[in-house]
Design a protein around this ligand. Sequence first.
Ligand code: PHE
Length: 356
Amino acid sequence: MIPLDTLRARYLEGIRAAADEAALEELRLAALGKKGEVALLMRELGKMSPEERQTIGKSLNELKDEIDALLRARKAAFADAALDERLKAEWLDVTLPGRPRRMGTIHPVSQVMEECSAIFADMGFRVAEGPQIETDWYNFDALNIAPEHPARQEHDTFFMHRAEGDARPPHVLRTHTSPVQIRAMLDQGAPIRVIAPGRVYRMDMDQTHTPMFHQIEGMAIDRDISMANLKWVLEEFFSAYFGTKVKTRFRASHFPFTEPSAEVDIQCSWVGGQLKVGEGDGWLEVLGSGMMHPKVLQAGGIDPNEWQGFAFGMGIDRMAMLKYGIPDLRAFFESDLRWLRHYGFGALDAPSIHAG
Ligand code: PHE
């Protein structure tokens, strides 16, 4: 029989010197495996005398435990080292700046709505909203648009389908944002200051008209609101929006829901086919406005003997074209990625009164 000390020295040294887990496993099998040296010696015990068996058996067991313990310890050390290696290899500097990836762009119309909202918010106007599918009443009657008014005719207005035999007037795709005036008044009462940006629809299609476009409605009601307030608010708005002092010109006009009514032009110049807002002696029509008609206030549940207000409605798409030099309105709604990349805005450039 090989002296146990020789076995011990061989295995313990071998295990200490093992280069990897595979080498450890080989040693384990050689010593403790079914046909390993220690296991074979254990089998010899049966042939020994009881006294021999006691002492040698004990020593063998101790040797087996010793080898086993050292194997486990070395195995754990290899695992730790492997983890350290991996942590080193997979180390990541989370403080490095990210690689910017442009995820789409903000459409100029959305951008301009945000810009307008920011400017009007600064003057105390809240944003109000209404549905794009409106009832006949909100879109027309409540705004003092008589049943025979041409704006109601099929060629201007998109009417929703009605089930056969349904006698109620059909819903319409709202033709302007003015019905939000009524909804806001009924909702909030007076005094009130709101703007209402949103989509509107008319049957119209050429280079400067699309069947869907965007407006922004404005309305202020208080005890002594006048046209002077309207003019100040609009000039303040245009100057903030275009970043330069902009003069306005009011021309007498007619809307069923305002009295008096005015169309408003902004000052501009045409030089070499280039349009510049806020200079020169040309004029460009940009909105309709006026003092709210008493019947409209009434429809909104507000007493016209106590309150008065101004209202205006402006095309947003036109405002975007003017500010950002976009020539064709139809391209706004063609979803051409090249156009969007060119005219779009970064998702994180939030508009403000300072940054525009
Ligand atoms: N609703 C009108 C239009 O769409 C604009 C307008 C709004 C005029 C409010 C006066 C007052 O043309």
